[in-house]
Design a protein around this ligand. Sequence first.
Ligand code: ADP
Ligand code: MG
Length: 858
Amino acid sequence: MAKHTPMMEQYLKIKAEHQDAFLFYRLGDFYEMFYDDAINAARELEITLTKRGSSGKAEGIPMCGVPYHSAENYIKNLIEKGYKVAVCEQVEDPKTAKGVVKREVVQVITPGTVMSQSMLKDSENNYISSLSQFQDGTYVIVYNDLSTGENRLALIEDGWEAVIHELYNQPIREIVISSSLSEEYQKHLKEKLNITLSYQDEVTFNAEYRGLSENLNDERLMKAFSRLLNYIQHTQKRSLDHLQQAELIELKDYLSLDMYSKRNLELTETIIKKGKHGSLLWVLDKSVTAMGSRMLKKWIERPLLRRSQIEERQNIVEGFYEGFMEREALRDALKSVYDIERLAARIAFGNVNARDLIQLKQSLKRVPEVKNILNQFKQPEINTLAELLVFPREIVDILETSLVEEPPISITEGSIIKDGYHQKLDEYRYASRNGKQWIAELEQKEKKETNIKSLKIGFNRVFGYYIEVTKSNLHLLPEGKYERKQTLTNAERFITPELKEKEALILEAEEKSIDLEYELFIGIREKIKEYIPALQHLAEIISQLDVLQAFATVSEENNYVRPKFVDKKLMIKNGRHPVVEQVMTDGAFVPNDVSLDDDNSILLITGPNMSGKSTYMRQLALTVIMGQIGCFVPCDQAELIIFDQIFTRIGAADDLVSGQSTFMVEMLEANHAISKATDRSLILLDEIGRGTSTYDGMALAQAIVEYIHNNINAKTLFSTHYHELTAMENTLGNLKNIHVRAEEYEGNVVFLHQIKEGSADKSYGIQVAKLAELPDALIERANTILQDLESGSKPAPITDKIESGQLSFFVGEETAEGETKAQKKDNNVIEELKELNLFELTPMEAMNALYELQKKVR
Ligand code: ADP
Ligand code: MG
């Protein structure tokens, strides 16, 4: 083993404590990485891998590095890929250090703890979560967003599956768990949910956390919360004063959407492209602030259950809907409000500059205007919001008196603080300005005395102030007064003792004022820090306002109406699909009614492929969700009932997600719905039972419908292409057949997308196949077979050979004797078998013969 240099020894020691992160080891102007870190970073970042001689040995240590001034981009790149980076700095001055410079990890940057704006998405939270499992079978999830200070907890009482449903589709970048969580569960988190795992086994409560956990009154919650905070402290090593009081999410207060529904209904992202475009969020997001966008996303995923809460939102939306002018004014005012929530967090974290604080000031200055606008509405709920909106005058005053309007980005180069804010600073500035004035006057004086018009006084970093005289004028200078400092091609530069003396004063004043400005800035930042809770409260109210105005705006633009909430009978008149109607380019969306009550609780929907069954079902679920988040809904009139849960199951044939869904999964999903649903739930079963053969698929579908009908009585929409199932209407009292109408016109099917009572008259499968442009001969043949099947007779053999040979496996090709090709092949094999003379064969030959025969019939 090669002995390591003292520096490598230091490196290895630090690295040993940060096994799961890339160690960015500061060496001069670079962050260097060694060994596996270097190999992996070179690959991930596409940078050159080099070698470093190890104590004179030839083999060398793999190494690569990035310049420290551009490190942020490299770090960002790694974080986005789900890695962690431990930043190790020199913590003493290399000039004065004895031996190896002391180094320490000053921060571990992880996907869940990034704070820099460039690594965050404006309109999405960036959660670091923790998950704790308890003896009693319960789990606690903590959601923390360092970039906003949010702290929320959820207690999950129905097992691991429920944990996955809860975590699914949340913007969680990293999850802190115990190292003893089972391998299988860790795999779920990592692979199914694609979350970076981190470990923290220490769950002891630290007295410092008391302020944050006053609302938590359960030991499990405290432990889970401590796990997360311990981890954050361990990695961040800096002020987290902006963290907000932890709050328990009462899951039973919200409509519950399992992961299948979140996905299938495309609430916040589409299934295939995984983007916002085409999702419900995309349609509804008329918010004008990033804070509003983030809140809207949360509201969509947790619709409300309490009627009074929903109606409170509705009243506000109605006010905004009706007051177009005021709403426009409100939107305008909100447009110039920056992300106060994240600014507040960055103030606490210590990474804001003066420009950020000016943005904060400008945002806060809009508050009185917003209050004013809100007070023009007559809805008491809107006036309450106005009252909650408190203008933080002190903050504005502090910033108004201290910071210049257009400060530079850097906080270490001065020009940040206003004149008159601080006496000492004013003195330095006076000295420096005065000195500069003196120099300007000196220039005039020297010009006059020497009579050199082109004489000038300049400044550079190396020589300081100098008097510059062109070569042609040198003879005009008096002897002895000037000291030569620098010679240029055309000119000479001189200094004088009095110039140097003034220069010293000016430079000292400037240096001191820059240092003082920095100090003052930090002081201002600390002062603002005391107002963080007020800022966070303000941010919360502004986010709500923004989402509610977004609801009003989208409702007006898209002609939504305010739904009424009733107890028994759901009724939607001329309902539309909020997303499909937006993306339709050809022709208008065909509206349809929905009616569901206890006596008609299951709608069995038949109709050809592509007629609009799936659209109709999703349209109902989206309308229910829009209603329960307080938005208006896409129809002419709506009376909705409040649902406690929504379940959606999409049959295998319709599940476009990378063919993941096997029949088994489909059945698991169905089971999930059946075991969790209540008579207040909404179930959508879309073509379930397709993933297996006709008879058992149909049998299962029927059994599932019967089970729901007899045991759950949840409101259910069930679409199927199995016509036979429509007969259930005769036996199940609460089931009603409906169908999507299609018409035949000159042998072509025309989709009308209209929902009608009763069952579809036929499947139109062949017409759809025709639309898909299958060969005419094939379509004709299919029509013949269908006629025969419908008349109850065995399909007649085909007379004309269909050109394309590949069709033979589903249109049985027959020989002249009425024997199929396959039968003939089997008979040939039997003949050959009979003719084999076993006694003449060696065992090996017998084996080969058998092999050949088998090959023929397989
Ligand atoms: P199915 O589930 O019956 O196969 P889909 O619901 O997937 O049919 O609908 C197929 C297509 O028909 C949709 O992509 C949409 O473009 C169109 N469509 C469905 N419903 C309507 C409607 N009510 N009005 C207009 N177009 C519709
Ligand atoms: Mg469908």
